[in-house]
Design a protein around this ligand. Structure first.
Ligand code: ADP
Ligand code: MG
Length: 480
């Protein structure tokens, strides 16, 4: 038994998600990513004396939307507070935040692990404004600041210390990113910083109920890095304890070049933020009608939709594949309005269409095949007019190229339709029977498995155009 087995890890994640609004949380400045430095910056963003902030209603709606999607309780009475600290990227000298009184409480996010489905408990979701950006690598002697990001609306989604491994943390962020994209609250782009994660990690002896001392790892800008950082931290902490040391409460940073973490400050150096209610923003009260209106507009969530697809007869894996992104599910929903062969529709989506998109580096949102055309192809295959492989490898690309022509017309023009007219097939069948007298004799003596060989031969000489059902029937008839 390795000494690792004595310990268990406890992890809590804090995820900052940038809300998809046009403007900032407290003024009309653009909230778009990028832009020339310091161009999305008015006197309000800079907090000049005499300016007054005003709360962005859209941001409040989006915060409630994510709260409802995570089964949180929504706080009716809300206010903002000032979190005071001095830092060059914080033009006002304080950050406006709901840290002390979150708009969403409790709730959970479902993850799928090796042991099955499990709800990760949330502590809260609160709104706050983002800081600007310090840039250290433009000028050798100075740090530059870009305030475009200052004041952009964020929610911070905070879990309970409820995750047990780096893998669970990985699953959680994957699910959370899928969810915020699905409900169009955040674009989920970690490279651009729209989704940022801090990981809190501690260890304790198995069976212990008290939490151990935690460290907080910042600067995790990909899901992979979240996993790597947690793996490294757990290993490091176990080694500290095993060699007789004590874990100190620290803030650490992840170095993606080495997959390691290093200390940036100890707990004793923590700021006193002197929180107090923001005097320039009136508290706001949310009515039940307002919250219900937002609930009504929520789309079916991936979890619910996957269950629905399973009720339609799809396997769990197929159903989940269709629910990885909302645009995929939207496309599938459109197709199953036009065909009742749900299984075939799912096979097309998870098979040839997924391959096509991957090969052409396209997103399903840019896939130009009308759902109507796919429904037509499914029908043609079901009716035996074309085989699936010709439909997916030849007809689909042709339909994508022509744009709007119906599937039957295109298949006819390309000579892809199977022949089910028995006189033409009889010719092919006779040719095969004449070509293989020995096999025919064996078949007649009882080696019935050879039927597959004959069908295959007919398929070959007909260049795939003979309907295999008709061929099989004719062969059985003639070889009786
Ligand atoms: P802080 O005030 O240091 O930010 P919080 O209590 O707000 O701490 O918790 C921040 C995050 O850390 C939450 O996700 C929480 O679940 C997690 N957390 C708290 N204590 C521990 C611990 N001992 N081990 C692991 N995670 C923890
Ligand atoms: Mg914290």
């Amino acid at each position: 038994m390795s000494y690792h087995d004595k310990y268990e890890a406890v992890i809590g994640l804090e995820v900052h998600a940038q809300l998809q609004t046009e403007s900032k949380l407290f003024c009309g400045d653009s909230a778009a990513f990028g832009g020339s430095p310091n161009t999305h910056v008015s006197a309000i963003t800079l907090g000049h004396p005499g300016t007054l902030p005003k709360t962005n209603k859209k941001a409040v709606e989006l915060a409630i939307r994510i709260g409802l999607a995570c089964n949180c309780e929504i706080e009716r009475y809300n206010y903002f507070a000032r979190k005071n600290y001095f830092y060059p990227d914080l033009p006002k000298g304080y950050q406006v935040s709901q840290h002390t009184a979150p708009i969403c409480k409790g709730g959970h996010v479902a993850i799928h692990t090796a042991e099955g489905k499990r709800n990760v408990q949330l502590n809260r979701i609160h709104m706050e404004e983002d800081a600007g950006k310090s840039i250290h690598d433009i000028d050798d002697n100075n740090t530059c600041v870009d305030y475009n990001r200052a004041g952009v609306p964020l929610v911070e989604i905070v879990t309970e210390p409820d995750l047990k491994s780096a893998d669970e943390a990985y699953q959680y962020i994957t699910e959370l990113r899928k969810l915020v994209r699905w409900i169009e609250v955040c674009d989920g782009n970690m490279e651009e910083g729209s989704l940022r994660c801090d990981a809190n990690v501690s260890i304790r002896l198995k069976g212990e109920t008290k939490l151990g001392t935690k460290v907080e790892v910042k600067n995790l800008n990909s899901i992979r890095n979240v996993k790597k950082a947690i793996e490294y931290e757990i290993e490091r902490m176990i080694n500290v304890v095993e060699s007789g040391g004590v874990i100190v409460q620290q803030t650490r940073s992840f170095d993606a070049a080495t997959d390691t973490t290093f200390a940036i400050r100890d707990k004793e150096e923590a700021n006193d933020y002197r929180y107090f209610p923001e005097p320039d923003l009136p508290p706001f009260y949310l009515t039940d009608e307002f919250i219900e209106g937002i609930r009504q507009k929520l789309p079916a969530l991936p979890e619910q939709l996957s269950l629905h697809y399973q009720q339609l007869g799809l396997g769990e894996y197929d159903a989940q594949q269709l629910c990885l992104e909302k645009e995929t599910a939207d496309y599938f929903n459109a197709v199953i309005q036009l065909t009742t062969n749900y299984k075939a529709a799912a096979n097309w989506m998870n098979g040839p269409i997924r391959h096509y998109l991957h090969e052409h580096k396209l997103h399903i949102a840019d896939f130009s095949l009308a759902p109507q055309r796919l429904a037509e192809m499914i029908q043609l295959v079901d009716e035996g007019k074309i085989n699936f492989s010709a439909a997916s490898s030849k007809l689909m690309p042709a339909l994508l190229a022509t744009g709007s022509a119906p599937a039957l017309e295109t298949a006819t023009a390309l000579n892809l339709l199977q022949v089910s007219d028995s006189s033409e097939i009889t010719g092919w069948v006779d040719a095969v029977i004449n070509k293989m007298p020995d096999k025919v004799a064996e078949y007649k003596k009882g080696k019935k498995g050879l039927i597959g060989l004959f069908v295959g031969e007919v398929k070959k000489i007909s260049k795939g155009k003979a309907d295999p059902k008709v061929v099989t029937g004719l062969l059985e008839e003639k070889l009786k």
